[in-house]
Design a protein. Structure first.
Length: 225
C-alpha cells in the first residue's frame, strides 16, 4: 500500500505582500466618471417620493458637485491654462460652475418641503448637463482641447485622486460648506460693498448675480410648473 504524500503545510506567520492600490484613472476619465455618477443620482432623485429621501440625496449630489468643482478649479483648469487651452473656454467653464453653485446654496439652505425644491434640483441637473456637454464634446469640448494641448492627464489623475480622497472624507453631506464663488466676485462686491467672495448669500438675492441666460430662464419656468 502506497503511503500518501503529505502536502507541505503553509508556513505560519508568513507575511503577505500588501495589496496594491488600483492605478489612478487619468484626469479626464476621472472627471467623466464623476459626470456619469451625478447624472445617475439626478435620475434616482426623480423617482423619489419621500421628502426625507429627497433631502438626503440632494445633499449627496451637492457634495459630489462641490468636490468635483474644487478638483477642476484647483487642479485641472489651472493645468489646462498653463498648457495653453483657450482662456475664454476656461472662463466660461468657471462661470458655469458659479451658476450651478447658486442652486447648490439654495438646496443647502432650504428644506426639501420648500415649494420650489424639486424645481431647483431639476434646474441644477439641466445646468450640469449643459456644462458636461461643453466639456465632453468630441473635438471641440474642453477635454478634447486639453488632450490636444498635451495636458499631463495621467499625472493630474494621481494628484486629483489624492485630493478627492481628502475632500470626500472631509465633507459631511449634512454639514456642507457653501461653495466659494470666483467669477461672480465683482458683481457681489458691486452690490454689497464688501470684498470677500461670499459677502452676499446669492441664494437670498439672485439679482446680485445678474440676469440668467435665456436658456436658463426657460428651464426655470418649465421646471416650476
Amino acid at each position: 500500500m502506497k503511503s500518501k504524500t503529505k502536502k507541505p503545510s503553509p508556513k505560519t506567520g508568513a507575511k503577505r505582500a500588501p495589496a496594491r492600490k488600483p492605478l489612478a484613472k487619468d484626469a479626464i476619465a476621472m472627471l467623466k466618471a464623476d459626470h456619469d455618477k451625478v447624472d445617475g443620482m439626478f435620475k434616482k432623485y426623480e423617482k423619489l417620493k419621500s421628502a426625507g429621501d429627497k433631502a438626503k440625496l440632494a445633499h449627496e449630489i451637492c457634495k459630489e458637485l462641490i468636490v468635483h468643482t474644487e478638483l477642476e478649479e484647483q487642479i485641472f483648469y489651472p493645468a489646462c491654462s498653463t498648457a495653453g487651452v483657450e482662456e475664454d473656454m476656461l472662463d466660461e467653464a468657471q462661470v458655469e460652475h458659479d451658476g450651478a453653485k447658486v442652486m447648490i446654496v439654495e438646496l443647502l439652505g432650504k428644506p426639501s418641503t420648500d415649494e420650489y425644491y424639486d424645481a431647483k434640483v431639476k434646474v441644477l441637473s439641466e445646468y450640469i448637463k449643459h456644462h458636461v456637454k461643453e466639456e465632453e464634446e468630441p473635438g471641440k469640448g474642453l477635454f478634447a482641447k486639453a488632450r490636444k494641448a498635451k495636458v499631463d492627464v495621467d499625472g493630474l489623475g494621481e494628484q486629483m485622486a489624492a485630493k478627492k480622497e481628502q475632500l470626500v472624507a472631509k465633507y459631511d453631506p449634512e454639514h456642507l460648506p457653501k461653495p466659494a464663488f470666483k467669477s461672480f466676485h465683482a458683481a457681489i462686491k458691486a452690490n454689497t460693498g464688501r470684498d470677500d467672495d461670499n459677502a452676499a448669500d446669492p441664494a437670498n438675492d439672485l439679482t446680485v448675480l445678474g440676469e440668467p441666460r435665456p436658456w436658463m430662464k426657460a428651464k426655470i419656468a418649465r421646471a416650476g410648473k
